[in-house]
Write a protein that binds this ligand. Sequence first.
Ligand SMILES: NC(=O)c1ccc[n+]([C@@H]2O[C@H](COP(=O)([O-])OP(=O)(O)OC[C@H]3O[C@@H](n4cnc5c(N)ncnc54)[C@H](O)[C@@H]3O)[C@@H](O)[C@H]2O)c1
Length: 442
Amino acid sequence: MSTPPSPTVQPATGRLGVLTVGLGAVASTLIAGVELVKRGQALPIGSLTQMATIRLGKRTDGRSPMVKDFVPLAKLEDIVWGAWDVYPDDAYVAASRAGVLDGGKHIEAIAEVLRDVRPMPAAFERKYARNLEGEHIKADIGKRAMLEAIREDINRFRDDKQVDRIVMIWCASTEIFIEPGPAHMDLESFDAAIDADDEMIAPSMLYAYAAILEGVPFANGSPNLAVDTPVLRKLATERNVAICGKDFKTGQTLMKTVLAPMLKARQLGLSGWYSTNILGNRDGEVLDAPENFKTKEESKLGVLEDILEPAKNPDLYGNVFHKVSINYYPPRGDNKEGWDNIDIFGWLGYPMQIKVDFLCRDSILAAPLALDLVLFMDLAQRAGLGGIQEWLSFYFKSPQVAPGLYPEHDLFIQLTKLKNTLRWMMGEDPITHLGREYYDEG
Ligand SMILES: NC(=O)c1ccc[n+]([C@@H]2O[C@H](COP(=O)([O-])OP(=O)(O)OC[C@H]3O[C@@H](n4cnc5c(N)ncnc54)[C@H](O)[C@@H]3O)[C@@H](O)[C@H]2O)c1
């Protein structure tokens, strides 16, 4: 199949408004981090857009620019922040409360700019996250009015801050589990469900709908359905608005999508994968409710099956016991500990074990992904790429893909796809790693 022609990418002139839904641990760590980096007070470690290089041409060509010098990304200096949250805390209070960053070193130095990011009242209903008690909400106005209020918020933000473009990113809590149903199939049913205040319409769907209607790209860092419904997928494609999700791939699933492809590459068998976590931040508290955890569980469980494809290799992967749990344990705060016990088998069926104990920091891992997503979604929109941005699967536990496609979970295939998309956008040849040219010439 031939490669489609490269798009024309509009330059990143002017200011980029970034609207975070949720101003909790991830969003405040993102905002504080970018502000520190802008001032030369920290390095954007973990961010591919800021730290990585990209090889162009042959290995012998010696062309490996920084990604940010190769594609026209918005500059960090041009980002303007806005947010919604269920609590009225500004980004200074949110960052201090989240306990992720060292206050003396990483919050006080930029206190003024953090205090300036004050959230707008959230479109929120407690039934979707019952462990949250904030009252900074668009209360009891019905879903249609909530949708219109979000649209007004977007436009007010655009005017007040005089931004040229906007990206919205969901950094808010995980909602209760909702399966796609008739209400999510087409615009007529979706609008009727909104008017009827149908509980199948979660707040995340209203934010996503509002974003698409306002031409604002929407990235979903949680496992909520949000924009991953047939109706919003279609609308985003028709209106040429970039969308992507779901659920930042940060800790345990990041490990899983590196280790599982290794097992498969070496044709080693798997009999069980037991994953458990302790974490004590507000995300952990929300996920302590079983109906919210179910949403996360679905997002985490799909990965192994998609990577290992048991139907194609039943001897190795036909009988895998896979269990994932998250335990709310306040003393650890945002510093999650994720354990994996992996029972594998090799030559002639002899059993072996792998143990992983990842003492990670949730928001420290998530913030650079959120930054990359914001910058790449803005790039995609300027390149005229509407609909699902599958090339950003690299960032997600449960990548959104076109109907009928299985998601690609292998981290290194995802990285190749991402970089080849950047090469394609800029009119460079994709890198296939075939490498015959080094041996066939002369
Ligand atoms: N490593 C990670 O941190 C990681 C990885 C994957 C996914 N996530 C997801 O990212 C999201 C954010 O994580 P966090 O640690 O910052 O959580 P958090 O609880 O610190 O912050 C979420 C914020 O969203 C607000 N909120 C909830 N519903 C809202 C709504 N309808 N509108 C506006 N605000 C709303 C809450 O009040 C809270 O302040 C969660 O869904 C989490 O599951 C995080």
